[in-house]
Design a protein around this ligand. Structure first.
Ligand SMILES: Cc1cc2nc3c(=O)[nH]c(=O)nc-3n(C[C@H](O)[C@H](O)[C@H](O)COP(=O)(O)OP(=O)(O)OC[C@H]3O[C@@H](n4cnc5c(N)ncnc54)[C@H](O)[C@@H]3O)c2cc1C
Ligand code: SF4
Ligand code: SF4
Ligand code: SF4
Length: 396
């Protein structure tokens, strides 16, 4: 998070959502990135060249509080679809149902937008970067990555987006909030596709996954990864080793380990106040015989509904709110929202403080334990996962 403190632009790492926007918007190039050992980025500000224009503060998503009041109220009235690419192979190799890649490629091919800003694959860590695509420079399904579960700083490259009439952007809530500010003067019509996100991981999480697969990866040595794909919920691949995603995700995601610090203050996984559409996994809702992959689409706006219905090559099955409730994870989101005041340093009740302390302690203890131990059988990690979640006991 960035703020003007004691007459200087100050950076608070504990609230940084690692979106990369500040690095792009500074007109005097006074903001610099310093890569840390865990793959996250520390931000340094050159106070000598800073002209205090506050562009960085105004576009920093962690300064824009998410609206969490009566968060669940609007969900019954939204539209929901199970969606997947009509081509089995594309669906199989994508994160969930390949809906996001299809939206990007088809919106460009059908002339529904003039450009799309999203992640494209690259050769250096984090092996993806913000990329601008047009109909002439249209990506293939292989050019766009599946879900990347290490920090990506999507918005670092946003200056490559030229002025255009209709633009689509794809990102998580924090990335979209910042893109909305940065791009509002560059395009007339902005379609925002949200990648549902409760937390973004760092390199240490990937290193842990590598460890339980018996592989070793280093930040400064190229490594090959794939977190999703190969059916649903998919396979994690690291330097040639494989692990089912459902097993791999139990500890890092279940216990919120190795999370980007600013995820603690992010309360709108759907980006429902910014996005036109949100895309997620239909956990708990999927038909067990569907191992090919399906994306659960939540529609927030008319523009969102229009575009998902207009793009070709998508199988859409409308679902009712009642049918998708278990997959929406609203209880999880609400629980996260309760702790935000604590992480923002605001006044909060003793119960919230205790639950937040518990969460921090629990994370530290698990991280130390899991980092110190050698590779253990998967059963060991499953048993650890069964330990009761202390913050749940307090917040219940
Ligand atoms: C960090 C992260 C956390 C997530 N957490 C959850 C969760 O808790 N529950 C849940 O149901 N779903 C979660 N998802 C969403 C899920 O993994 C799928 O992305 C979603 O279901 C869309 O699937 P798809 O097959 O339609 O996407 P695809 O067609 O495979 O397209 C993937 C799209 O995601 C973009 N993308 C990939 N990684 C990132 C990233 N780190 N930041 C920004 N854009 C990215 C790619 O550029 C591409 O456009 C998460 C995704 C991410 C990236
Ligand atoms: S206030 Fe303006 S000049 Fe200073 S760091 Fe932020 S964007 Fe750059
Ligand atoms: S949240 Fe984004 S804009 Fe704000 S300080 Fe972190 S990287 Fe910069
Ligand atoms: S949880 Fe929120 S802050 Fe963290 S990466 Fe996801 S959208 Fe950004």
């Amino acid at each position: 998070m960035l703020s003007l403190t004691n007459g200087k632009i100050a950076f608070d790492f504990s609230k940084c959502q690692q979106c990369g926007t500040c690095l792009a918007v500074c007109p005097t190039h006074s903001i610099h990135a310093l890569q840390l050992k865990n793959g996250l980025t520390d931000i340094k500000i050159n106070q000598d060249t800073c002209i205090q224009c506050k562009k960085c503060i105004k576009s920093c998503p962690s300064t824009m509080k998410d609206n969490t009041e009566q968060y669940n109220e609007s969900f019954p009235a939204k539209k929901y679809y199970f969606s997947n690419n009509a081509d089995k192979q594309i669906r199989y190799s994508s994160s969930s149902g390949g809906t996001c890649k299809t939206l990007i490629i088809q919106a460009l091919k059908q002339g529904l937008v003039d450009g799309v800003y999203t992640l494209g694959k690259s050769n250096e860590y984090p092996y993806v970067k913000g990329t601008f695509y047009t109909a002439e420079h249209c990506p293939s399904f292989q050019d766009i990555p599946n879900s990347v579960y290490h920090s990506v700083m999507l918005n670092k490259n946003v200056n490559c987006v030229p002025k255009c009439k209709r633009l689509m952007v794809v990102g998580t809530n924090c990335q979209l909030k910042a893109l909305e500010i940065v791009l509002k003067h560059k395009c007339e019509n902005l379609i925002k596709v949200c990648i549902f996100c409760k937390q973004q991981k760092c390199f240490d999480s990937t290193r842990f996954l590598a460890k339980i697969m018996g592989a070793e990866i280093l930040l400064d040595k190229p490594f090959a990864f794939q977190y999703r794909g190969n059916g649903w919920p998919g396979t994690v691949r690291l330097n040639g080793k494989e692990l089912p995603y459902a097993r791999a995700s139990i500890l890092p995601f279940g216990k919120r380990l190795w999370t980007v610090p600013g995820c603690n203050i992010c309360g709108d996984s759907f980006s429902q106040y910014h996005a036109d559409l949100s895309l997620m996994d239909p956990w708990g809702e999927i038909n067990p015989s569907d191992t090919q992959g399906t994306t659960l689409v939540t529609v927030h706006t008319q523009a969102g509904n229009d575009i998902i219905k207009t793009v070709k090559n998508l199988n859409l099955l409308e679902k009712s709110y009642k049918e998708v409730i278990p997959a929406l994870g609203l209880n999880d989101i609400n629980r996260k929202q309760k702790l935000i005041p604590y992480f923002l340093g605001e006044n909060c009740s003793r119960k919230i403080k205790t639950a937040a302390h518990m969460e921090i302690l629990q994370r530290k203890a698990f991280t130390i334990l899991l980092t110190a131990l050698p590779k253990m059988p998967i059963l060991f990690y499953r048993i650890i996962h069964k330990f009761p979640d202390l913050r749940n006991l307090i917040l219940r």
